[in-house]
Design a protein around this ligand. Structure first.
Ligand SMILES: [Mg+2]
Length: 219
């Protein structure tokens, strides 16, 4: 079987550890470039609150800058800050049991990673979470968040039928809809933003701990 994982909020705790750090760095950058804030902590809290309500950090920053007077031109430096390298000592926690489960599954299955984002930053996150990249037979990083062509490429490359592929991710639209369209088994990881999504009846399994994959893949 081929098991395709998403990275952010599936294997690593992006929402809990990276997003709050990056949002604070972003706010500092915005201030250094001219954004006026009267109370840093207050603005930071506002930004986090917007982020919790948004579909992604990009949308949160757009809303935040639209609500600040004459500041929307700062969107580009703000977005750039979100993917600049993390500090040297920064470590990223995985979601519970992620490394153990990857190791366990890799004994009898092929594992791939399809993660959306800025490729150098995605690879840095893997490294800072201490996930050995060689455990994946294939790593694909679509910058535009469109995963379907990569899923199709994997099924061709591994010469598999759709029922031999499982996709596990936290984002229904990005990770699971294209998998469902291709006839793959879908596993919704409820973590980070994924905890707020309403489930869909076509999703095969819903989990909040990757250990549950042991049971799912056995059956
Ligand atoms: Mg994700």
């Amino acid at each position: 079987m081929l098991i395709i994982f998403d990275l952010d909020d599936t294997l690593i705790d992006t929402t809990g550890f990276i997003t709050p750090f990056k949002m604070k760095e972003c706010l500092k950058t915005l201030i250094s470039q001219g954004l006026k804030v009267s109370d840093f902590d207050r603005s930071y809290a506002d930004l986090l609150e917007l982020n919790a309500k948004s579909s992604g950090s990009r949308e949160a920053l757009v809303q935040f800058l639209k609500s600040a007077k004459d500041s929307y031109h700062l969107i580009e430096p703000a977005l750039q800050e979100m993917t600049t390298p993390l500090p040297a000592g920064f470590t990223i926690p995985t979601t519970p049991n992620a490394k153990e489960i990857l190791k366990f599954l890799s004994k009898s299955h092929s594992i791939a990673l399809v993660t959306a984002g800025h490729p150098p930053f995605q690879m840095e996150k893997l490294e800072k979470a201490g996930i050995d990249r060689t455990i994946f037979s294939k790593i694909a990083i679509p910058e535009n968040s469109i995963k379907k062509p990569f899923y199709e490429g994997l099924i061709r490359e591994f010469s598999l039928s759709a029922d031999q592929v499982l996709v596990c991710g936290d984002r229904i639209a990005t990770d699971l809809v294209p998998a469902y369209e291709l006839g793959f088994t879908t596993v919704h990881m409820r973590w980070g933003r994924g905890t707020t999504f309403k489930t869909e009846e076509w999703i095969n399994h819903t989990i909040s701990d990757l250990s549950e994959l042991k049971r799912i893949i056995k059956t």
